[in-house]
Structure formats: structure tokens, C-alpha cells
Design a protein around this ligand. Sequence first.
Ligand code: CO
Length: 608
Amino acid sequence: MSQPLKITDTTFRDAHQSLLATRLKTEDMTPIAAGMDSVGFHSMEVWGGATFDVATRYLNEDPWERLRTFKALMPNTKLQMLLRGQSLVGYRAYPDDVVQSFIQRSSENGIDIFRVFDALNDEWNLSAAAEAVLNNNKHLQMTLCYSITEHGRLGGPIYNLEYFIEKAKLFKKLGAHSIAVKDMAGLLSPYDAYELIGALKSEISLPIQLHTHYTSGMASMTVLKAIEAGVDIVDTCLAPLSLRTSQPAIEPLLSTLSNHERNPNLDLEKILVLGAKLENRLSNYLDLLDTTKSAVIDPKVLRHQIPGGMFSNLISQLREAGAEDRLQDVMEEIPVTRQELGYPPLVTPMSQMIGSQAVSNILFGRYKMISNAITDYVIGKYGRPPAPIDEGVKEIVMSKVKGDVEQIKSRPADELEPEMESAKESISDITNNIDDILTYALYPTTGLSFLLAKHGLQKPSSDSIEKAVSSTNMVEEPGKDDTPINKSKKVKAFNVYLGDEIFYVEVDPITRKTKYQEIESYGSGTMTETTTDKDEVFMTAPINGIVIKHLAIEGEEVSSGQDILVLEAMKMENTLPSPITGIIKRLPEPIGAKVAKGTVLAVIDPKV
Ligand code: CO
């Protein structure tokens, strides 16, 4: 006889990650946590994905504390997290010691089921995480990232049935307790799901779980066909955070299955009450919903293949760049960029990398600005792409790294030095708490800001960049300690926003001499805007971001094209080259400074 269908609820993780840019605060989830615990879900997905980054970057919340809170409130339900293989909950590959420590602490803080995936389905990036989950005696769920090529269906030269079956067999060998099919953009059509799930059920003797998104409008049908094919577990969420780019809702599924042999036997009345309670808490978040169109589904997703979380990111990136009108161009650029980069499935971090590269290609010209992540991917640091990378693109990237880097042809993490000890030392003045050390190891810049605030050493400044974007008449005041504007004792430099114009202003505190220069209009967009005065050239931020690193110092002679600064923008680190040959007079923005587009990052004297 058929087993009852099991349900994983995603309300506390993927649902608000997909619809509300992951901004749901713990305090708005705890009121229904005990109720959710009593429903009888197979598991609750509550952590991982973008929740870790967003909690420290924007919410000033400790993600570890959130996990412990959920564990205390939901002792009867297995807690599940989404883990990006060797990239954990970040956007780069971490060395094995960070992977082991993170998984150990996640286990000890309450995670029971680890859904482990790699954006490239490359087992090189999964093996260390899989081993760590098994060593902690937790459930290892390994993930097939579902993807398709242009023709839009299961099959074709890359993402065909054999591809997925072979991967699943490999994952079983790595110790998987179950296999998830992760369809992050709602690309899995109902009959393809029937075929794929049926094949996995007959070839792989492990529980099979389906995770899909509503984006294209097919998800309810896809889930139903997967149930008919014998899927063991499906992911749903409560109605208020369902549909659109999120998961299908649980309520209609329960009604559908109420007289069916696979009836999950969950209490619909109870779930309706929980949904109503959640709805009340969401009123503060409704402006985060993408309401630019009246349609709640995007039938074009079968062509552009943009996952939900990535779509909301793209919109906010373009908004930050003042270029929302370029959305259509970016959507058309994405499949082209993806093909050139070897058809990676569009899932984190590949989705952000491809998305940001497509945005850069449109705003600044094709491959004029290449993020460090894309450079690393082309070199091989992210593992093996499903198809070869375009030779022309490879050439551009390899010329950028100037021949002192070679292509990697083995497990990328084998190349990485351990990092836990140095992370521990770096913040020993702030804390010796292991969870804090991991926060710092994963996010050295935004994590550090968060930890300084957490330990009372700095005011929280998480949303200042968002304020900088919305403010049209902002003047930075000299002498204010909480603005990270230059610490030079000599000349003070400011970016002054008047309407949509930006002025760079310098004041000499001794002579009281002031000079200013208009930099640009806010809406324009070119790569590393420069303005020539009689005796100096400004390198400005091409987009809002955070200064991560100076690669040159004041007084240093630099040549045109030499890397002088790393700017984190669109969640990617971008190395900015000097626009001219000259001497660096000033680097007005210190490490960690949040800068708006147009901010002067370097003043260079062209006389050499
Ligand atoms: Co998802």
C-alpha cells in the first residue's frame, strides 16, 4: 500500500527568501513556531540559503541565535537547512576546516537534515560537506539541481534523464540518505517530473523529495504528477508566502489529497489558523513584494530560467544602479551569458554570479567589468561546468589575470589553505565564541560589522546603504564618527548629493580651502567613471557597494589597468583597475566603507 505523502514546510526559509528578499525577522516567525511544530510536518526548512547572510547584513540578527530559538520552539519537528556544498551559506568555496566546523556547529545548534547542493552538481564540491554531515550523524540529503537548456524540456545534450540518474547514483555512493530534486526556477514541467521522479524511484532505492517553485505557474501540477510517480516528500509553504516565485501552497494540496491513498493526514483547520496569524505579521513586509506586474506567474520563465530569489535580487540591483528600465535587456542577456559560461544551473551562487555578470554586461559593456567570482569560476575554482566555457570569454578572463594563474584541474578545495585559525586570531579582541568566528570566517566584511555591533563596539549600520540610495539630498557631515568617510587628518573629502547630481568636495581643515567638482548625474552608468581636473583624475564607484580591499596605497605609482581597489557590489567582489597611469594621491574611502554609485574611490595624479 502507498505511504502517506510527507511534507517539508519552507515558510521560514525559502518562502520569504523568494518573495521578501529573505527579510522576515525572527520575531515575526516565532509567534507561529509552536503551532507549526504541532502540525506533523516531515521537516521544517528554517535556515541556510540566504538567511545567514541577510540576518547579519541587513537585520542585525544573529543567525545562530535564530536557529537556537527555532530549536527551542520546535522540539518535535526535524529542522532542515539548505547548504551550498563547499560554499556553505556563502558565495565562495571555503576550505575543508571551515566546512567541517560550520556543519558541526549547525548540527549542535539544531539542524537535523542537511540538504546539500552544488550549483554545478559537481561532486568535488559536495564530498567534504557530505562527509561532515555523516560524521555528525545527521540526515544527508543530496541534491540534483534541476536545469534545462534552451529547448525547455528534460532531455537534450546536457540535462537529460541519464545525467540526473548518474548524478543520483554518485550521490548515493557519497552516503546520501535521500535525494532531492531542486527545481529552483519552476522549470520542471508536470510530465517531465513524472518521468524523472519515476526513473529515480526505480533506479535509486532512496527516499526522493521534490522542491519546486511556482514561478512559471506549473508547480501545483508538477507536484501532483510527482505524487503520482511515487515521490516520497514534497516542499510546500503556508498560503500567505506561497505561489509567485515561492513554493506551492500546502492548503490546496491537502484538499486535493483528502480522499487519496497518499493523504498526508495533516490538520487543514489548524494550518488555516496558522496562515491567518502569519498574514497578520506580514503587513510590514508587503512593500518588498514585487508588484511591478499584475501577473503572479511569469510564463516567460521557461526561456529566461531565473530563480525566484535571483529575480528579486536583480530588481533591487537595478534599482540601486538607477537602471530599472534595463530589466528587459538584462533578462535577454542572461541566457547568452549563461551559454558562454558553460550552462551552469541558475542556482546560488551561480545565479547571482551569472545575474550580476549579465547586469554588468548591460550597464558597462560586455565583460568590461568581470566580478572576481566569475574570474574564479572560469579558472576552475568553482568546479567543472556542465559544458565547455566559450573560448573568447575564457581568453578575456585569462588576460585579466595576466597569466600568473593557471586553470585548476582537480578538487578546488584541495588548493585552499585552512582558515579557521586565522579567523579566530583576527577577531580575538572581539570574541572567542566559535559561532561568531564562523560568522566572521564566512563574511569577513559584513560579518565583522555585525559582530562589532553585537559586542557593543560599533553602532549597527546595516541598512545605511539602502538609505543612501533613497536619499536625494544627503550631505555627509564632517566630524560625525559613525560615517565611515575618510580618516585622513589632512584633507576631508565628501560626496554631496543634490537632486540627481553628485559633487565631490574636499575641505582642508587647516587652510579652510574648499574645492568641489561635479562628478556625474545619478542615473548614468558607465564603468569606472572618471573626471579629469587640471591635475587629477577621479576613479568613482560604478555602482553602490562596500570597499573590501585597497590593492595600492597613497603615494604609490600605478599603471593604467593596474588593480587598485576591490568593491563588493551586487554581492560580488569586483576588482577596479586604475583608469590611468599616475600616482595615487588619495584613497578617500576606508576599508568597510559603504559607498553609493559615483563616490570617489581614488584620486590619481596623472603626472608621472
Ligand atoms: Co528553492
